[in-house]
Structures are given as structure tokens and as C-alpha cells.
Write a protein that binds this ligand. Structure first.
Ligand code: ADP
Ligand code: GLC
Length: 493
């Protein structure tokens, strides 16, 4: 019998405990999918209050002396609620036990000690990989997610344990974890790491670069994004570093957690439905229109948005395309939070168009389900999109995606070109230029298709039949881990 491969996933947020975006959805689902593929997977998370207070059956693994400015650090091992995935929690009250976002204070400024908070996360990951903290379990693969966990790759590289490989997944290259170069002394690394071949980035310190330079392999959350980040347009200043890694960079498309996003088993929506029984979707639409104060009209094409309001998401294009949408009898329902100027602009649009535009500012997981179930189409006009999950939720819920053809959006939505609707492949509408006119064109095509119920019905059904379950992604990660472990094993001692 072959032993199960041991893999440690390191990240800063996890659904349903702490979530600011899709990273949490991934860390909430991927470990379980990997366990389903036979891997022995554990998570390592910072002891933010919502994590430290919710993880089940916690026991102390070890005390870690004062480090990274924290007087007391304890490593605990417990289980994720719902999934029972084993999870190490770093209990460091001084660094992690504070209310609000994992990354920012309530005024939107970064927590001033983020360099220490996320260096500790990476360092503990590397110590676990070295077998220094838990004699009962030592991973063969350390898999770090985004800049928050990237330092794990540098710490492993500083003292490489035998037979441990590292994988770094870029969920979003726009957030890089940049700190003043003077903070380097807090990291406990030798000066060779503060070079252009290491963490140094334009006289600053970059945690993202720690992952990009020192991980054995780099993955991104879609194949197209893996190619895009090697270009000046999408590389956020790191495209040279990415190109330098050559064939070590690849893309593995995210999946959908079917236990959370499934219209036939979603207790939070007005009426459950499935491809075989689509009547419930109409009731979800009427319920959403009523809940939002929109005119309850079955024949009005209702476009939904669930999104962070940042320039990444291209929602200013929606504001530009709105008059044309309304002229054609469409409606808009938006749930989002972020950039105050966008919040103000969408609230004003709703005020100016009562009954046809509804906007909810804030973060509301339950409402996101009702919005996606009740909308006819979901808009994701992103400037860049590493993967994107809401278009995948849309496909699953028969809510036809209208997306910009970038990153994971390009990999997951098949455009209904002029005659492709008949080609039995199309699942949505895609456009190229990041302009309101291009979005307007795609929305116009969607509205025209919507006016032909049989065509629209076929589009919905094709989307609902797509398989974006996590199994396929988990299989690809396991193959990558096996390759890396094999390479390590064949190295001369
Ligand atoms: P990103 O991670 O870049 O924000 P994704 O599409 O990968 O984009 O994931 C976003 C996740 O966050 C989805 O699960 C989406 O439903 C959720 N989400 C985003 N904004 C909101 C909001 N205002 N309320 C509820 N859920 C939201
Ligand atoms: C990031 C990206 C998003 C991706 C998510 C999960 O937040 O912006 O495109 O789906 O990570 O990988």
C-alpha cells in the first residue's frame, strides 16, 4: 500500500469562517477535494478571532517562543467545522486577535504590523515542513496561497528540509504584500534574500516575490491568467520575474463547491430548482424583484452583479452601459462593497431608476445566493480576472454569464457568437475591449437571445450541464505534487 501524500495548505482566509473574496472559497473547498483524491491534507491558518473561535476539537501542538513581535505563540491542531479537514491554527493574540478584516483596520488602512503577521504565517508553515513543530505529521508538499503565505517559500528555501517541495498559487497578482525595505530585519533571513534575486522589489520588500522566486512550482487559478501574467499588461511589474520562471508556471482552473452552490439543494433561495425542473428559477426571480423593490416582471431581462467594487472588476463599464440596458427594458441588481466612489455612483443610479435598478452596498453571503439564483444573467466585466467564481456560480444556477474575455472568464464562458448559439456549445456572452460600448454590445446580444425563450433556455441548460466541480482541479494538483515529490526523491542526497 502506498502512503498518502502529505500536503500542507497555507493561507489567510477560509470559507465559511473568514472571507474577503474567492481565495476563501478555494481554501474552503480544495483541501477536501484533495482528501477525496487520497491525499493527506492539512490547513495552516492565522488565529484570527473567527478562525480561532470556530475550529473544533483544538489541542495544543506546541508553544513557540516569542517571535515576530508576539510574546506568546501557540500552535493548535483542530478540525474545520462542516468539512472536518484538519487545521493548524496559530494562536498569537497580539498579532491576530483583533476585529475586522484580516488585512485592514476599519478605516481601510493596512494593519501596521502586517509584515510580522504574515511573516509568522509563512515561518510557521516552513517550520511544520521542517518537522520542527509537530513530530506526528510532516508534509511532503507545502502549498502556499497568495502573498499572505508566500514567505513560507522563502523560509523553506533558507533551510531546505529534505524531501519537501513547495507550490505557490497566485490568486491575484495585484495584491503583492509590499513593505518598506527597512522591515527586512524583522524577518530573520540572511541578507542574500534582500537582493533582486530575492525579495527586493524597487527598494521595497515584496512577499509576493518570495513566492514567485522561491517556490518549486507556481500555479495560477486559470490557464489563461498563467499566460497573461507573463505580459507587461497583466504582470503588475512582476512579469519579468514570471517569465524568468519559464515552464515552472502553470494554470489550474478553480472549481465550484457543490455543497455550497447548488440550486437543487440551496436552502436559502425562494424555490429550489434544477435543469430538469426550471420553474423554481422564475419564482426566485420574482422573489428577488420583490425583495429589491424592482418591478416584478417575468419578461424583463434581469442582470445581476455580486462583486468587490474595485477597478479590477470593471464595474464602471456597467455604469456606462446602464442607459442602454434600461432603454431595452432590462433591470440591474447589484450587491457589492469597496471603492466609495463606485458605491456612491451605483446608489445614485438606483435612486435615479427606482423599480429598474437596485443596489445593495455591503457584504451578504446569503443574499448573494438569492441574487445569483434570481437573475437571468450575471455580469463580470473585469479588467483582469485570475479565475472568477461568480460566473461559475452563474453557470451552475442557469444565470447566463456576460463576461470580459480575460483570465479565467475566457477559460470558462463560451461566447454565443452570431451563429454559435445554434452550434450547441455556447454558455454565455463575452466581449474584448474594456469599454462600456463593448459591454453594451454583449448585453445587447444577451437581451436579443433572451427575447427568444427557446434559445435562452438552451443557453441556460448548457451552462448548467458544465462540470466545474473541484475533482478535476484536485486531480491536477495531485499530479503536480506527485511529480515534485518524485523529483525530490530522485535527488542525490
Ligand atoms: P474575487 O476573489 O476577486 O473577489 P471571485 O469571483 O473569485 O472574485 O470571488 C468572489 C467571492 O466573493 C464569491 O464567492 C462572491 O459570491 C463573493 N462576494 C463578492 N462580493 C460579495 C458581496 N458584496 N456579498 C456577498 N458575497 C460577495
Ligand atoms: C482572487 C481573484 C479571483 C479568483 C480568486 C480565487 O481573488 O481575483 O479571480 O477567482 O482569487 O482563486
Amino acid at each position: 500500500m502506498t502512503a498518502r501524500m502529505k500536503v500542507l495548505h497555507v493561507g489567510a482566509e477560509v470559507f465559511p469562517l473568514v472571507k474577503t473574496g474567492g481565495l476563501a472559497d478555494v481554501l474552503g473547498a480544495l483541501p477536501q477535494a484533495l482528501i477525496g483524491q487520497g491525499a493527506d491534507v492539512r490547513l495552516l491558518l492565522p488565529g484570527l478571532p473567527a478562525i480561532a473561535d470556530a475550529v473544533l476539537h483544538q489541542r495544543n501542538v506546541c508553544q513557540i517562543g516569542p517571535c515576530f513581535g508576539a510574546a506568546r505563540v501557540t500552535l493548535r491542531l483542530g478540525q474545520m467545522p462542516y468539512s472536518q479537514v484538519p487545521v493548524y491554527v496559530i494562536d498569537a493574540p497580539l498579532l491576530y486577535r483583533r476585529p475586522g478584516s484580516p488585512y485592514q483596520a476599519s478605516d481601510g488602512s493596512e494593519w501596521p504590523d502586517n509584515v510580522q503577521r504574515f511573516a509568522l504565517l509563512g515561518w510557521v508553515g516552513a517550520q511544520l515542513a521542517a518537522g520542527a513543530l509537530d513530530p506526528a505529521w510532516q508534509p511532503e508538499v507545502l502549498h502556499a496561497h497568495d502573498w499572505h503565505a508566500a514567505m513560507a517559500c522563502a523560509y523553506v528555501a533558507a533551510h531546505p528540509p529534505a524531501n519537501v517541495a513547495t507550490v505557490f498559487t497566485v490568486h491575484n497578482l495585484a495584491y503583492q504584500g509590499l513593505f518598506p525595505s527597512g522591515d527586512f530585519s524583522l524577518l530573520g533571513l540572511s541578507s542574500r534574500f534582500m537582493a533582486s534575486t530575492g525579495l527586493e522589489y524597487h527598494q521595497q520588500l515584496s512577499f509576493m516575490k518570495a513566492g514567485l522566486k522561491f517556490a518549486d512550482r507556481i500555479t495560477t487559478v486559470s490557464p489563461t491568467y498563467a499566460r497573461e501574467i507573463a505580459t507587461h499588461e497583466f504582470g503588475f511589474g512582476l512579469d519579468g520575474v514570471i517569465r524568468g520562471r519559464g515552464g515552472d508556471v502553470s494554470g489550474v482552473l478553480n472549481g465550484v463547491d457543490g455543497a455550497v452552490w447548488d440550486p437543487s439543494n440551496d436552502a436559502g433561495i425562494a424555490t429550489r430548482y434544477s435543469a430538469a425542473e426550471l420553474g423554481g428559477k422564475l419564482r426566485c426571480k420574482a422573489a428577488l424583484q420583490a425583495e429589491l423593490g424592482l418591478t416584478v416582471r417575468a419578461d424583463a431581462p434581469l442582470f445581476g452583479v455580486v462583486s468587490r467594487l474595485t477597478s479590477q472588476k470593471g464595474l464602471d463599464l456597467v455604469l456606462g452601459a446602464l442607459p442602454a440596458l434600461l432603454k431595452r427594458g432590462g433591470q440591474l441588481a447589484l450587491q457589492g462593497a469597496g471603492d466609495p466612489a463606485l458605491e456612491v455612483a451605483f446608489v445614485a443610479a438606483a435612486k435615479a431608476n427606482p423599480g429598474e435598478v437596485a443596489v445593495r452596498i455591503g457584504y451578504d453571503e446569503a443574499f448573494a445566493h438569492r441574487l445569483i439564483a434570481g437573475s437571468d444573467a450575471i455580469l463580470v466585466p473585469s479588467r483582469f480576472e485570475p479565475c472568477g467564481l461568480t460566473q461559475l456560480y452563474g453557470l451552475r444556477y442557469g444565470t447566463v454569464p456576460v463576461v470580459r474575455r480575460v483570465g479565467g472568464l475566457a477559460d470558462t464562458v463560451i461566447d454565443a457568437g452570431d451563429d454559435a448559439l445554434a452550434s450547441e456549445r455556447a454558455t454565455g456572452f463575452a466581449f474584448d475591449a474594456a469599454t462600456a460600448a463593448a459591454l453594451e454590445g454583449a448585453m445587447q446580444r444577451a437581451i436579443a437571445a433572451y427575447a427568444q425563450p427557446a434559445r435562452w433556455h438552451r443557453l441556460m441548460l448548457r451552462g448548467m450541464a458544465q462540470d466545474f466541480s473541484w475533482g478535476g482541479a484536485a486531480w491536477q494538483y495531485v499530479a503536480l505534487y506527485a511529480e515534485l515529490v518524485g523529483l525530490r526523491g530522485s535527488r542525490p542526497a
